[in-house]
Design a protein around this ligand. Structure first.
Ligand SMILES: Nc1ncnc2c1ncn2[C@@H]1O[C@H](COP(=O)(O)OP(=O)(O)OP(=O)(O)O)[C@@H](O)[C@H]1O
Length: 248
């Protein structure tokens, strides 16, 4: 990637007694957090509510209870603000990509932000150049590997220049070299980053960690405060056998 984005101010995230139900089940409850940290990790076991919190933070769903603001905006109510403030990368790029070619895919988000067709295409090409991928301009998405598709998603979201980027385990299915390469591209994103993971190693260098446990905020603090306690608890739970338990 050549060139870097200007460094924006850190995002202000405010969650106040946030709760969310899915199909009548409480999935998140009583989450209160205020932070301006630049690198935030959200850790927790499978089913602890991490992806639901990511979707709430991106304004893709509205909270059932409480409130959520990013840079003062209620993103679920203000679609324009959501497109300006937040980008999200999902685990499966096939759930994110909707256009047949690389340039069309990158241009789509820019069109959603209100740019003209010509502006969107110009910015899409500029983004490809910034990532040293100009050769991908007319490539068909079906010809890309999973890692390349994730890079396309990262380019598409970067083109929109969100102040907050949420990663919902986008690299979890990729091999180690592909992961490392994508992490390098990601290192050049200078906005606020929230990474969802169950693997504490992925967020070791982060500023703050939120630990979700069965839909509740178990801990919020520095890496040094939260990760050792999380690892100890995960090790303890690994020695038990709750995999057979079905939700009540
Ligand atoms: N559409 C849905 N309808 C009903 N329940 C759901 C739905 N999506 C998720 N859930 C439930 O909500 C809970 C939290 O799910 P969520 O995907 O947010 O957790 P997660 O921490 O991201 O899990 P994982 O690490 O496995 O992705 C789980 O018990 C899940 O079964």
């Amino acid at each position: 990637m050549s060139g870097t984005d200007p460094i924006p101010a850190a995002s202000h995230i405010q969650l106040d007694a946030l709760g969310h139900d899915l199909e009548g089940r409480v999935v998140l409850e009583g989450i209160s957090v205020e932070t301006r940290a630049r690198r935030i990790g959200i850790v927790g076991r499978n089913g602890s509510g991490k992806s639901t919190l990511a979707r709430l933070l991106a304004g893709l769903i509205a909270p059932t209870r409480g409130s959520l603001r990013v840079n003062g905006c209620d993103l679920a109510a203000d679609r324009k603000a959501a497109l300006r403030e937040v980008g999200i990368l999902f685990q499966n790029p096939d759930h994110q990509i909707i256009f047949p070619t690389v340039t069309e895919e990158i241009a789509f988000g820019l069109r959603q932000q209100g740019r003209t067709k010509r502006e969107a295409e110009t910015l899409a090409v500029e983004t490809l150049i910034r990532f040293d991928k100009e050769g991908w301009r007319d490539a068909y998405v079906t010809t890309l590997s999973q890692g390349q598709k994730q890079l396309l998603c990262l380019m598409a979201v970067s083109a929109m220049a969100p102040k907050l980027l949420i990663l919902d385990e986008p690299f979890s299915g990729l091999d180690i070299p592909t992961k490392a390469q994508l992490a390098r591209y990601l290192g050049l994103y200078h906005g606020t980053l929230i990474q969802i993971t169950h693997d504490p190693r992925e967020v070791e260098g982060y500023d703050e960690i939120l630990w979700l446990d069965q839909g509740k905020l178990r801990m919020h603090g520095s890496v040094a405060e939260v990760l050792p306690a999380y690892i100890e608890e995960m090790t303890r739970q690994g020695e038990a056998d709750d995999i057979a338990d079905l939700p009540g």
